[in-house]
Design a protein around this ligand. Structure first.
Ligand code: HEC
Length: 127
């Protein structure tokens, strides 16, 4: 009787503590949908950053991905967007009257965001 009591009580106490801190719970696995939403949100943020850079640096001449200075040379679907390196090299040594963007070229992160954004531009009819 004495022994049984000293066995049961600590066991009950342990069980109670375990219940409180939830140590039997299975590790929470995030539902698939949640992580996908995150990735999508990140892609959106990247696009917005690139869009902002484009708006502040490029859209004066390349509004909507076109080219107001030389309509034959729109950014949208330009062959210089075929790869990030090609794009970067073009901005390093732009042709004609297009300005040279020293600050942008130094920052690969900003440039990559910009690159991803310009890739989304579509040539519109007539531009
Ligand atoms: C002052 C006006 C101006 C600004 C600002 C400008 N560009 Fe340009 N861009 C031009 C002109 C003009 C051309 C055509 C150059 C030529 O004669 O080949 C051009 C051409 C390009 C081309 C190549 C198009 C092709 O297929 O020949 C790309 C890509 C481009 N610009 C990207 C950009 C980006 C990105 C920015 C912002 C960081 C920018 N431009 C800012 C005037 C500008």
């Amino acid at each position: 009787m004495f022994r049984t009591k000293w066995f049961i009580l600590p066991t009950l106490a342990l069980a109670l503590v375990c219940q409180t801190i939830n140590c039997w719970a299975k590790p929470q696995v995030a539902p698939k949908g949640a992580s996908q939403t995150k990735t999508k949100a990140k892609a959106e943020a990247t696009k917005n950053k690139g869009e902002l850079t484009f708006a502040s640096h490029c859209s004066s001449c390349h509004i909507n991905g076109g080219n107001v200075v030389n309509p034959q040379k729109p950014v949208a679907e330009s062959k210089y967007l075929s790869s990030f390196v090609t794009f970067k090299n073009y901005l390093k040594a732009p042709m004609g009257t297009m300005p040279h963007y020293e600050n942008l070229i130094k920052n690969d992160k900003v440039l990559k965001d910009l690159y991803h954004y310009v890739q989304t531009l579509k040539k519109s009819e007539g531009s």
